[in-house]
Design a protein around this ligand. Structure first.
Ligand SMILES: *Cc1c(COP(=O)(O)O)cnc(C)c1O
Length: 377
């Protein structure tokens, strides 16, 4: 529809949108999907968009070309935005939670999967391979069942039993590697290189699907800040791209600032954001937030640039702070989140107490993304 081409975020190399490619051939950088926003601008207005149902297809013009018959609809998106009654009242923050745990398989990954897998169907794929810490695999297993596509999923040793069960129930083939997520991702890439099996994961089209978190928030609310956990960085990058393109097409006047949060045991992006250095590598990270334990983040550079561009903030949190945020969500707000899903709140609580950031956040409208459901860990 409105896609012009794909472009490497590192070296600027352009790739045809009709080619199956996951990383830049020249430098290994991530590929961004480039749209013609002038063309989109003429087609979108809130009046027209809001006539459509509230789910992520409402923002269809901002997705890559998808053949209608290849859309796999399981009900992704359209998740609730809930006002916080009891937390951070002292700092006068107008706090909201975006319940991505309400997606069909219990995490925001469904938004990315729906677009990424539809795109695989556009390319006539019959089988896919992916690496996952659990939630992405569970999401892809479900969507593959619906589309009747064969799924091979590489998982790290530490993947929780319940997520394995979820993947298996949908009939996916699960291959456990003896190591962490980085090793699983290498194995998946190898299977693509050797057998040509279509590769899913944090590659160009997933981030495009996850933009709709940003679209939906700004559709409902004039947010000043959006707080996002970072694993591979795809969600944060996607939300930032989503809100930027709303501005580019005249749908909003001001973009919110992004706040990135990571576990202090896996501070690949936030460490560099705070120290002004390139994203770092963490070998076999150990944290209660297993869904964000990505030692070599595929979209780390993009997430870092999103934080910088939006003039945002970054913070790391300890396991204890994550578990405390999870408890507060459950006991003060009635929200049951998995550990990684409580990371955004843990980060915001910490920032709201810090001298350097306390005033900046006062009286602001802030959305914490609750990325995954508590029943998953
Ligand atoms: C995948 C995931 C994340 C991290 O998202 P990235 O796009 O990898 O940064 C955070 N929380 C949960 C629950 C997840 O499943």
């Amino acid at each position: 529809m409105h896609v012009k081409y794909l472009q490497c975020v590192r070296c600027g190399n352009k790739v045809s949108k009709d080619k199956i490619q996951f990383r830049c051939e020249k430098c290994g950088g991530g590929l961004d999907v480039i749209y013609d926003y002038d063309e989109i601008k003429d087609k979108v207005s809130w009046k027209e968009l809001r006539k459509r149902p509230f789910n992520h297809y409402r923002y269809r013009e901002f997705f890559p070309t998808l053949n209608d018959k290849n859309l796999i609809k399981l009900g992704a998106g359209g998740t609730p935005l809930i006002f916080s009654e009891n937390l951070l009242k002292d700092s006068k923050i107008k706090l909201y939670f975006k319940l991505e745990s309400s997606n069909p398989t219990g995490s925001f990954k469904d938004r990315g999967t729906s677009i990424e897998l539809s795109k695989a169907l556009d390319f006539n794929s019959k089988e896919i391979v992916v690496a996952s810490t659990g939630n992405m695999g569970a999401s892809i297993a479900a969507y593959c069942a619906k589309a009747q596509i064969k799924a091979n999923i590489f998982i790290p040793e530490k993947t929780p039993g319940i997520k394995r069960k979820q993947m298996k129930s949908h009939g996916a083939k699960i291959i456990q590697v003896h190591g962490d997520y980085v090793l699983a991702a290498q194995k998946a890439m190898e299977m693509f290189n050797k057998k040509g099996i279509y590769l899913l994961g944090d590659y160009p089209y997933r981030g495009e699907g996850e933009k709709s978190v940003g679209h939906e928030i700004m559709d409902e609310l004039n947010a000043d800040y959006i707080v996002v956990p970072i694993g591979n960085g795809t969600l944060l990058k996607g939300i930032w791209k989503g809100v930027k393109e709303l501005k580019l097409t005249g749908l909003i006047e001001k973009t919110p600032k992004m706040i990135g949060v990571q576990s202090e045991n896996c501070d690949t992006v936030i460490g560099s954001f705070l120290n002004n250095s390139a994203p770092s590598y963490v070998n076999d990270p150990v944290t209660v937030a297993a869904a964000i334990a990505c030692g070599s983040p595929l979209d780390g550079q993009e997430a870092l640039e999103s934080l910088q561009e939006s003039n945002g903030l970054g913070i790391t949190v300890s396991d204890r702070e994550i578990l405390e945020a999870k408890r507060l969500l459950a006991q003060q707000e009635g929200i049951y989140a998995e550990e990684s899903g409580a990371v955004s709140l843990a980060g915001l609580i910490k920032l709201s107490k810090k001298k350097q950031t306390r005033e900046q956040l006062r009286e602001k409208t802030i959305v914490c993304i609750i990325t995954g459901h508590g029943l998953k860990t």
